[in-house]
Design a protein around this ligand. Structure first.
Ligand code: HEM
Length: 420
């Protein structure tokens, strides 16, 4: 936590430093100069436009993730105060998800869920993940071109997620559609009232689908995370059916949008730096550090929200108990106080404890799986697709400021061999 003299009066934030700037397409396309300004000019800033504090230095982001409260789901009363009473059913599901709870409720849920999502379960998926990645590439390699997001970055984690949960793989398109709709509420500043009906329907449909999956498991038990969550027992505690469903939903969403962004933004970064792409293609043994660096450099989940648990001095500013704080992991990950040459992509970087998976109690539940997917997908893509280029001059980014990713990435290539 930085604790120097006040840098700026809390109320006087230059509007060009408001996090709302991320809604500007040009800034969203390359937010890192904007984050640099925030780190240097207003590292702990009261953003009157967002009505939240914004922290951008590594040390402060780390402190907030470690110490502040994640219990930020508006309850039904708050939803009413926000003029969104109809979103009550959504709040109901979110209130049972580990992402939005503090200890001891979070500790209990997380322990139970971790006992179901073991390292062995992830290891057992390795062969299948290879097959999925190469099959998706096989489907397009003969054409010399593909649209990376629709043809690979979306279906890849969607199919892996269906396999993880133990639902029919053919349902992956439906899982993807639900995940995309639910993610509109996560990391997004502009909540579009016209979409409320769709979000409500999505939550009702997902809940119904996973309740049916639980019933199916009771009739016909088979392997998958849903079954393991149903069976999980720690210190005599078990998950209720609603908790199984709510945490299946957060796992399903958490596992898709982020991984899609890592694939899309990561490949774009490599194509834009052909020497780095060649370095990875020629030295596949550097893949583990390369994935960590792509996570740091592009940070698929750019920021997350917390609530200040007690009056706290940070960066010379007093944050009051109960005030909202945005921790911008993507800015902390480019902090020169923490990372040497932070704007340089160094695929062999060693000192790289980035914030892309969060930190402490809420550290990404699926990090081991995400790492495995990326360690398989990037070598498969850069190894088999040679002379890679982007075929569109204009790239469009999704409007979600937190889950930053491309809507499409058209690429052309020459078909390469599949390594043995
Ligand atoms: C590149 C891929 C991924 C990235 C960048 C990512 C990022 C994150 C981050 C930043 C958090 C912490 C959020 C916070 O503290 O507010 C988180 C938590 C979480 N992630 Fe991931 N994630 C990824 C993949 C996955 C996968 C594959 C799964 C599931 C299979 C998953 C499931 C979750 C869940 C359930 C949480 C909540 C954990 C808790 O609150 O205790 N994520 N993730």
């Amino acid at each position: 936590m930085t604790d120097q003299a006040p840098i700026k009066a809390a109320a006087a934030l230059d509007p060009s430093l408001s996090l709302f700037q991320l809604l500007e397409p040009a800034i969203h396309a390359d937010p890192f100069p904007f984050y640099k300004r925030l780190r240097e000019e207003a590292p702990v800033a009261w953003d009157p436009f967002m009505h939240t504090w914004v922290v951008t230095r590594y040390e402060d982001v780390h402190f907030v993730l470690k110490e502040f409260s994640a219990d930020r789901t508006p309850d039904v009363a708050k939803m009413e105060a926000l003029g969104l009473p109809s979103l009550g059913p959504v709040a109901d599901v979110m209130a049972k998800q580990m992402l939005f709870l503090d200890a001891p409720a979070h500790t209990r849920l997380r322990k139970l869920c971790m006992s179901a999502f073991t390292p062995r379960r992830v290891e057992a998926m390795e062969g299948k993940i290879h097959e999925i990645a190469h099959q998706l590439i096989d489907d397009h390699i003969g054409n010399g071109q593909m649209e990376l997001i629709a043809d690979f970055a979306e279906p890849f984690p969607a199919i892996v997620t269906a396999g993880l949960l133990g639902v029919p793989l053919d349902d992956h398109r439906q899982l993807k559609a639900w995940s995309a709709t639910f993610a509109e509420m996560l990391g997004n500043f502009q909540h579009n009232p016209d979409r409320i009906r769709d979000v409500l329907k999505c939550v009702a449909d997902m809940t119904g689908y996973f309740r049916d999956a639980v019933r199916e498991q009771e009739r016909n038990p088979h392997d998958g995370l849903i079954r393991s969550l149903m069976d999980a027992e720690v210190d005599g505690q078990r998950l209720s059916e609603d908790e199984v469903i709510a945490n299946t939903i957060v796992t399903m969403v958490g596992g898709q949008e982020t991984t899609t962004n890592l694939m899309g933004n990561g490949l774009l970064t490599l194509i834009r730096q052909p020497d780095k792409l060649a370095q990875l293609r020629d030295n596949p043994e550097i893949i583990a550090s390369a994935v960590e660096e792509l996570l740091r450099f592009e940070t698929p989940s750019q920021h997350t929200a917390r609530i200040c648990p007690a009056d706290t001095m940070m960066g010379g500013q007093l944050i009051r108990k109960g005030e909202a704080v945005m921790a911008v992991m993507a800015a902390g990950n480019r902090d020169p106080e923490r990372f040497a040459d932070p704007d340089t992509l160094d695929l062999t970087r060693t000192d790289n404890r980035h914030l892309a998976f969060g930190w402490a109690a809420h550290f990404c539940f699926g990090a081991a799986l995400a790492r495995m997917e990326a360690r398989i997908a990037f070598p498969a893509l850069v190894g088999r697709l040679q002379n890679l280029s982007v075929t569109s001059d204009i790239l469009e980014w999704r409007t979600n400021s937190g889950l930053r990713g491309l809507t499409a990435l058209p690429i052309a290539f020459r078909a390469g061999e599949r390594a043995a």
